[in-house]
Design a protein around this ligand. Sequence first.
Ligand SMILES: [Zn+2]
Ligand SMILES: [Zn+2]
Length: 270
Amino acid sequence: MIDFNKIKSRSKLYNFHSHTQFCDGHAPMEDFVKEAVAENFTDYGFSPHSPIPFESPCNMSMSAVDDYMNEYNRLKSLYGDRINLYLSMEIDYLGSQWGATNKYFDTIPLDYKISSVHFIPSFVDSKLYIDIDGRYPAFKQKMELYFNNDIKAVVESFYKQSIDMIEAGGFDIIGHFDKIGHNASHFKEGIENEDWYHKLFMRTFEAIMDNHLIIEINTKAYVEHNRFFPNIKYFDLLRKSGAALLVNSDAHYPQFINLGRNEAMRLLEL
Ligand SMILES: [Zn+2]
Ligand SMILES: [Zn+2]
């Protein structure tokens, strides 16, 4: 297991969450490494969306995993003298049948594991897992098609799935753990300020603390949408909680590897 504390104590220029040509990223892995080296990053981790047991345009296929590992090893031998590179995945949790504890992931020599919720079961057909992580226009359509436009139930399902994932374990870092707040707020303004929402957030946060997971501060949406995950209003809580924090850009483009990271670090006094 990587000593993230040691890395953080010697460098602010790290990123452990990024996507490349192997999933829904927009450039080859090598371009990210070149950019990271050019920006003097000390540590850089790749985390493609993991294989899942059904077709998804955003996730890596199982058949591509060998190519991913080979490319990682090639880049490590080429650039390893200038930057520490890491092999990882952002593993989807799909209930008890699929997640980081699945034996399949033990067969891949991952340096660390991120786990995130991007899919929840449809209210119309619970066997159908729906991606609720995408952009708002698609989310709005899915609310009608798969969730009877019941935003409170969608938020509850997202956090229930997150708590189940935390309790199942098998990973190191929890990815963007209140991400649903973004689309939910578009659907119903102010929803994140409602009491029941706050309670769900806190229940999830407490489960994370009880299970000693690393909390990711995800800066991907900072420039475009002026928000961090978790929501900036919880930064005081995060700062005082003593939780292990990592500031990741979740970059899908090489030029965005450091986007929003300095702002988050300043606010968190990291
Ligand atoms: Zn994600
Ligand atoms: Zn991601």
